[in-house]
Ligand binder design. Structure first.
Ligand SMILES: O=C(O)CCC(=O)C(=O)O
Ligand SMILES: [Fe+2]
Length: 272
């Protein structure tokens, strides 16, 4: 895994709200990621979350992608991959924060001839608000505009708010709320399998349709800066967790949102 980040890459992330890292995984690592994601997704069946509280619908959205969330919860190999401290350090360095927790991982598998992923922001859906939240998106197949690569509106993270604009089947609905972004050109992010991108969770992004007869597989993880507080939204939490937290309380439950990296010297949980 190539984890080094140059000062230019960090600056580019801060300016544009995303950065693409080519040659992230080598061929052997890519095989491990593909195998683990394949096993974990197969084992989930139609359940999006392990507890079955979110099931796959049979509609337009199910043909955007198969979404299987928090595979680190129920597959040992995914747990090893997702809890890797090196990923947390990359996210912390890009976001400019001290500590990183997993909010949720998710496999996003756009099926053959799959629908596009509408323009959206990530963080407004989550149970905490942060301008520094960040996600990694790892390409498990080569991705191009032909099969549903990501697109970003560079710099949009700077003027985004936390208002949630639901994601529907009109891919451009987000631009009704942010008409100034609707005049800008999007950047496509073609990648070879094994490359990855990081994007700010307030950056406008989407993905094209899959115009090929092959699946477009991606493994992603959403990260929460350590110290983030509950905002009252359920998102992936259980009703019991929602009832337990009060608004403004720090989300620091390691069973729900494990701390995978912290800059403090005494953080050595996963580095042995
Ligand atoms: O893979 C996709 O189609 C969308 C990915 C996305 O929205 C994300 O990773 O936040
Ligand atoms: Fe997203």
């Amino acid at each position: 895994m190539r984890c080094e980040l140059s000062a230019e890459q960090i600056q580019s992330y801060r300016d544009n709200g995303y950065v693409v890292l080519h040659d992230f995984l080598d061929a052997d690592e890519l095989e491990v990621w593909r195998r683990c994601v394949g096993e974990a997704v197969a084992q989930r069946g139609k359940r999006k979350l392990m507890d079955g509280s979110m099931m796959e619908e049979d509609n337009y959205y199910a043909r955007v992608f198969a979404q299987r969330i928090n595979l680190w919860n129920d597959h040992a190999g995914m747990r090893r991959l997702m809890l890797d401290e090196r990923l947390g350090k990359m996210a912390a360095d890009l976001a400019g924060v001290d500590g990183i927790r997993i909010w949720h991982d998710q496999a996003l598998i756009k099926p053959p001839w799959g629908n596009p992923t509408g323009w959206h922001l990530d963080n407004p859906y989550w149970s905490f608000y942060s301008r520094d939240a960040i996600s990694i998106w790892v390409a498990l197949d080569d991705v191009t505009p032909d099969n549903g690569c990501l697109y970003f509106i560079p710099g949009s993270h700077k003027s985004a708010t936390f208002d949630n604009v639901g994601i529907g089947s009109n891919i451009g609905d987000l631009f009704d709320t942010y008409p100034q972004w609707g005049k800008l050109e999007a950047a496509s992010a073609s990648m070879k399998a094994g490359a990855c991108s990081f994007h700010n969770a307030l950056l406008a992004h989407g993905a094209g349709a899959n115009m090929t007869p092959y699946a477009r597989r991606a493994m992603t993880c959403a990260y929460m800066p350590d110290g983030s507080t509950f905002n009252g939204q359920r998102n992936i939490l259980s009703q019991e967790q929602v009832d337990r937290y009060t608004i403004g309380e720090v989300i620091d439950d390691d069973a729900q949102a494990p701390l995978i990296y912290h800059r403090s010297k005494d953080f050595a949980r996963f580095s042995g």
